[in-house]
Design a protein around this ligand. Structure first.
Ligand SMILES: [Zn+2]
Length: 579
């Protein structure tokens, strides 16, 4: 028998029982930096024989039937990308099983922060399971093809801290010995990469009847100010895409080491503190994460070869939300900035053109290394092209029926293409869709963001009147020391709180070979662990001054997340700036 593995990043096998629901009971040990406890997995249908689970760096203590009878199991040798297969033999009629286990201090999904690394000077723990890190948190079928609910999740933590989970809170119990147990359930079926929790000294501010912001105490008021428009964004999205299906939409502001802009964990978006610019100029991240409630979380990629179905649709949805709230010009400025990001990604991936197709083949490739703006911004260009080809009313009707037809399902690119052809016959061919999906780079005739305002800004005919406009100006500025000094004197770019502006300015300083560039780069690299800023700055610096890039990385490394370390080390290696 030779079975095709349907997800290149999971040992899950289609002919084995599929998990329908899990229960979790875990204790967080901040001294040892481990989680210890149990997962119960409940199957969709009774099964028998072999079942395979994904694990990474887990210690397995016992595997039993739901009634406690021991089961035979084997933890196989780890693969460097997939982790170790846990193979269990089920008795006839098995409806589930229990696994007692512990995580490793270096679990790739978890970051344990020292009090010195947080705003509130208290310990902090958070998870980041996308793309394939859930397996380091618990043994499970770690593929988005299989959706699970969470019956009960119980987290035992020091009672002065609080657990938040991307799930419905069910209260807190006394755990004894200065500990408490926070209880949750997740009724909506989710892919495993959306399992998420955080533990810290967290406070909350209500934003509307269904939205709130959570953050460490010193940050929470600034966060409430920055994200005040969250409810308006959800409403704009509902008008475009249909009802919000996840009850609450809360936002949790993470510590600076959080490696992404945001993570669309259902009911509880995790967001980088680098968007707290003080002027609400970077809240497009919230539009993006909120849009994921429809695109990505409701309709999900079947595996990472189809990641553009999550991210291309979400960037498209994000810009439609911004257009509804701020007007077409503003959305076009965001699209222009996205086009700038895409050009940089295509340049970086010049030697790996297959990674610039929307549909990828990631067998044998670590998805964290393959990560780029391509599925986001090239995916956006395709969907915009389809909208322009079909006409907006027909396209909007298509979007609603697509999201309705596949809600709470995980699909492939082919499934999308079949549905598109059935709903809007001929549109895909007319738009040249396959050139985006299976061809590298940006196809000829791809949409170009345009507005009078954009042209005027690029030609220097008008002064930027907000940070987004200033960003567009900065992105069309050549790396010329004299011009940069004049821009800095006029707009205070080197002192901006917004890393979106400051990191673009630093990149230009590095390229212009300005003497203060290394120090300016160092300040950004120590201030944030967000890969959007780390990757381009380390790349530019390693080209110009490899010794400085190495030195700053050694200084900053302890504050970075595992995923960010992987990426930065790959950049230094690519640029020949290794030790
Ligand atoms: Zn996204």
């Amino acid at each position: 028998m030779c079975r095709v593995r349907l997800d290149p990043h999971s040992y899950a096998d289609d002919e084995q029982p599929q998990t329908r629901a899990i229960d979790l009971a875990l204790r967080a040990d901040f001294q040892k930096r481990t989680l210890e406890g149990e997962i119960a997995l409940h199957f969709r249908e009774a099964g028998a024989g072999i079942i395979d689970f994904d694990t990474r760096e887990l210690r397995i203590d016992a595997v039993t039937a739901l009634d406690g009878a021991p089961l035979a199991y084997e933890l196989q040798a780890p693969d460097s990308i997939l982790g170790a297969r846990l193979r269990v033999t089920l008795p006839a009629g098995a409806r589930g099983l229990r696994i007692r286990y512990g995580t490793s201090p270096s679990a790739s999904a978890l970051q344990w922060l020292e009090p010195s690394q947080t705003a509130g000077k208290e310990p902090f723990l958070f998870s980041q399971c996308q793309p394939i890190h859930a397996r380091s948190l618990a043994p499970l079928q770690d593929t988005p093809r299989i959706r699970i609910t969470v019956g009960t999740a119980r987290f035992k933590v020091p009672s002065r801290l609080r657990t938040l989970m991307a799930a419905a809170a069910k209260g807190r119990e006394d755990g004894g010995g200065g500990e408490a147990v926070d209880v949750f359930e997740m009724p909506q079926p989710i892919p495993s990469y959306l399992l998420a929790f955080a533990v810290g000294d967290l406070e909350r501010r209500e934003l509307s009847h269904r939205t709130a912001v959570w953050a460490e105490r010193p940050v929470v008021d600034a966060a409430a100010y920055e994200f005040a428009e969250t409810e308006a964004m959800i409403r704009a999205a509902e008008a475009l895409f249909g009802p919000y299906e996840w009850d609450r939409y809360d936002v949790l502001v993470m510590p600076p080491s959080f490696p992404f802009g945001g993570m669309e964990n259902p009911r509880l978006t995790f967001v980088t503190p680098s968007v707290l610019a003080g002027d609400r100029s970077l809240v497009s991240v919230i539009a993006h994460e909120a849009a994921h409630a429809w695109t990505g979380n409701l309709v999900t990629n079947a595996n990472l070869n189809h990641f553009w179905l999550n991210e291309g649709f979400t960037v498209y949805a994000e810009r439609r939300i911004l257009e509804a709230l701020e007007g077409r010009d503003s959305a076009e400025l965001h699209a222009a900035s996205g086009r700038h990001d895409l050009a940089a990604a295509l340049d970086r991936l010049a030697a790996r053109p297959k990674l610039t197709c929307l549909r990828t083949d990631l067998r044998g490739i670590d998805p964290d290394e393959a990560y780029s703006s391509v599925p986001y911004e090239k995916g956006y260009l395709l969907l915009r092209k389809l909208e322009e080809t079909a006409g907006r009313p027909a396209w909007d009707a298509f979007m609603r029926s697509y999201l309705g037809r596949f809600r709470f399902q995980s699909i492939t690119t082919d499934r999308f293409l079949e549905f598109l052809e059935a709903q809007l016959p001929g549109v895909a061919a007319k738009a040249g869709t396959l050139a985006y999906i299976d061809g590298p780079g940006v196809p000829a005739g791809a949409p170009e963001p345009r507005s009078t305002r954009l042209d005027q800004l690029r030609l220097g005919e008008v002064e930027p009147r907000n940070p987004t406009e200033l960003l567009v100006v900065l992105q069309s500025t050549p790396p010329d020391a004299e011009k940069l000094r004049a821009l800095d004197a006029r707009w205070g770019l080197s002192q901006r709180r917004s890393l979106e502006l400051r990191h673009n300015f630093v990149l230009l300083q590095i390229r212009a070979g300005m003497p203060d560039a290394v120090d300016a780069a160092r300040r950004v690299l120590l201030e944030t662990g967000r890969m959007r800023y780390l990757r381009p700055i380390y790349t530019a610096l390693a080209r110009r001054d490899p010794a400085a890039a190495r030195r700053i990385y050694q200084e900053a490394r302890a504050g970075y997340h595992n995923i960010a370390r992987t990426v930065v080390e790959a950049v230094l290696k690519e640029q020949g700036a290794e030790r």
